[in-house]
Design a protein. Structure first.
Length: 103
């Protein structure tokens, strides 16, 4: 797992043809605006969050974010423990995001 600055996260995401953008906020937060192409799985779902992660392709690279970077950091640690090799946390989360947001 790696914590990446927005610049690093965006550059790596653009260059990665096996990327998956994962938003781990609540559905209500997600509806307020999200990074383009993001899929939403709420980390607060507990065991159901883990069940949803189990459906994902472990060979992909996951670019994970939340509101501030804390929950996405936890999510990356959970994913690492589940055998995901590439999970990248967006430092500062969407609060620090300066790129496009889908509303």
């Amino acid at each position: 797992m790696a914590d990446l600055s927005q610049k690093e996260w965006v550059e790596q995401l653009k260059a990665d043809d096996n990327a998956f953008v994962l938003d781990v906020r609540t559905p209500a937060e997600f509806q307020q605006g999200f990074i383009p192409d993001a899929s939403n799985i709420d980390i607060y779902l507990g065991q159901q969050f883990v069940s949803e992660l189990e459906k994902l392709d472990k060979s992909k690279s996951y670019y994970v974010y939340c509101r501030s970077g804390a929950r996405s950091g936890q999510a990356c640690n959970i994913m690492k423990g589940m055998g995901f090799k590439k999970a990248f946390n967006l430092q500062g989360g969407i609060m620090a995001w300066e790129g496009e947001v889908v509303r």
